[in-house]
Design a protein around this ligand. Sequence first.
Ligand SMILES: N[C@@H](CCC(=O)N[C@@H](CS)C(=O)NCC(=O)O)C(=O)O
Length: 278
Amino acid sequence: MSINEISANRSFGGWHKQFTHTSSVLNCEMRFAVYLPPQMEQGKNVPVLYWLSGLTCTDENFMQKAGAHRMAAELGMMIVAPDTSPRGDDVADDEGYDLGKGAGFYVNATQEPWAKHYQMYDYVTRELPQIIEGNFSVNNKKAILGHSMGGHGALMIALRNPDMFVSASAFSPIVNPMNCPWGKKAFTAYLGSDEQEWQQYDSCFLLEQAEKQIPMLVSQGDADQFLTEQLKPETLQAVARKKNYPLILEIHQGYDHSYYFIASFIEQHLKFHAEHLA
Ligand SMILES: N[C@@H](CCC(=O)N[C@@H](CS)C(=O)NCC(=O)O)C(=O)O
């Protein structure tokens, strides 16, 4: 699978780079970004951290705003940030910011007009890791994290693939998309109205069923404008307590939904994953 480098910036002794490639899973041209720590230039195979962004984002938001490069350089981990949906003029879209482009919800759509391109679950779990492993000197250790819609993606993907990822974490995640307006709107459009089809993408449902446990960290600001209507992390915590699942939920006073919150706690998240990626 060939990829084309379209930008490269030196950052903390390593590189921030963007690539485009033709995705056979999404049926379109895609862009992703990576942070390559300095250890890679010294010939070391490094572990990979997959970052999934939230609504309206591209590969750029995290790389430009989270301030993650310094710690990734220190810890020697590669970061991969995919886009949040398929892209291009022939890809279906919606007027709302929370459906269509920029809002793929990391599911495999089964409904029209979405199914042809909106296969983000397969893209993130299958095609993108193959591309990374085929083009970069990485080892076989992977972890996953994300924000909001991407927090949902990270936790849901980790819960479904506990042998693929050693740890998972999220900032302000949508933990129970089946029961919040963002999730109901997207799942109805992408998956249809049969709610049984939604369960495979709902972290609360998946955690309830989980047989294998992996360490999980969730950070949430209590001044987040989406907290009570969309996010409700206590729902996931209740299931985790019942199952004795190793979920750490930290509520941070005064923090909102923005990248200022992510930037404030990204070091803690990277160190959490580094412990398990070692
Ligand atoms: N209506 C808001 C909601 C979208 C939103 O808050 N997106 C979050 C993820 S759910 C985000 O990361 N936005 C981009 C950024 O802050 O860089 C908007 O369009 O900004």
